[in-house]
Design a protein around this ligand. Structure first.
Ligand code: SF4
Length: 329
């Protein structure tokens, strides 16, 4: 049965990325993760980076970084074309590390070329959009100006991690920037007309507790609602092997949310967000062989089904508690 949610033609009660793609481009699109060999300022000069960051810089589903970006793209495009049985428009997603942490001339060469990626046979692929993951402290004015120019050639989305609106949490997780820095980067991108996808993580440890409180996590969603991002990704904190977080997990210094609590929390966060904000992700999952906990995050379908079921049982939709002037209804 179709839900009462305006941005849905299925039973979904939130604005899915699938719905967005079908209405923006008239079809599904293949989203292709790429590791373009960037680094991250938060992992240099002896820094260990964010406590949850894997050795691949959150690019664990990218192809081999030793391959040139265009080859990574062509290989994954061939795999997805085989899986879906048809050629689709594609969105290169520069996912690993900080995708603007380089001189502008280098960024220009990389991203201008991405507009013309081809398949393995050298046939052109329709590229309607590009997504670039980065940090707010990797956005000097000349980079933002270049991204604004690129945005005139295709839809550019910059993915920025907020993770939490609480500075004590950002400090605890080794984020390497504070809320003010996030706001600065976000606001300058928006002023340049560039769409932003904001990432938040539920279940983070904070200064004086092994997990943020439910109220703190709802405050982060309410903060986002006030800024009305084009896209949001909501993640559950998951512990990956060989990360500082794995040491904390082994030392019993974390309190990982059970699935039921996560599902309830996400439903309430969705209700706070504006209905037009596209929800690109509602879970967080790493590769099964290196994800230590929580085990339930490995079954993404079950988590999404539980969210759908809970929203329906509570007759709740994204935006039900959103008030355009900010704050809850
Ligand atoms: S900003 Fe991203 S790449 Fe850098 S340390 Fe944090 S998670 Fe890793």
């Amino acid at each position: 049965m179709q839900s009462r949610f305006p941005y849905s033609d299925t039973n979904k009660r939130y604005h899915t990325y699938d719905y967005y793609l079908r209405h923006r481009y008239g079809t599904k699109c293949a989203r292709i993760p790429i590791d373009a060999g960037f680094s991250c300022p938060n992992r240099e000069q002896g820094g260990r980076g964010c406590i949850y960051c894997s050795s691949r810089g959150s690019g664990d589903f990218c192809s081999d970084v030793l391959l040139p970006p265009e080859e990574q793209f062509a290989r994954e495009y061939a795999r997805l074309t085989g899986k879906w049985g048809k050629r689709l428009p594609a969105i290169p997603y520069f996912q690993a590390f900080s995708g603007t942490y380089a001189p502008t001339a280098q960024l220009r060469a990389l991203y201008d070329a991405a507009l013309h990626y081809t398949d393995e046979m050298g046939q052109p692929v329709v590229i309607p959009a590009i997504s670039i993951a980065t940090r707010p402290d990797c956005l000097p004015p000349e980079t933002v100006a270049y991204l604004a120019m690129l945005n005139r050639l295709c839809d550019v989305t910059v993915e920025l991690g907020l993770q939490s609106m609480h500075d004590a949490t950002l400090s605890r997780i080794g984020r390497g920037h504070d809320l003010a820095s996030f706001c600065d980067g976000y606001d300058r991108l928006r002023a340049a007309g560039i769409a932003v996808c904001v990432h938040i993580i539920n279940g983070l440890p904070t200064a004086d507790a092994p997990c943020e409180s439910r109220e703190q996590m709802l405050e982060t969603a309410a903060f986002l609602a006030e800024r009305r991002p084009a896209f949001v990704k909501i993640h559950m904190l998951h512990v990956m092997e060989h990360t500082p977080l794995s040491d904390m997990w082994r030392a019993d210094a974390l309190r990982l949310l059970p699935q039921e609590d996560y599902v309830t929390l996400v439903c309430d966060q969705l209700a706070l967000l504006p209905p037009e904000t596209v929800i690109c992700r509602l879970t967080g999952d790493g590769p099964a062989d290196t994800t230590l906990a929580p085990a339930w995050t490995k079954n993404k379908r079950a988590v999404l089904a539980a969210i759908d079921k809970t929203l329906a049982a509570r007759d709740l939709c994204q935006g039900d508690r959103y008030a355009p002037a900010g704050g809850a209804k």
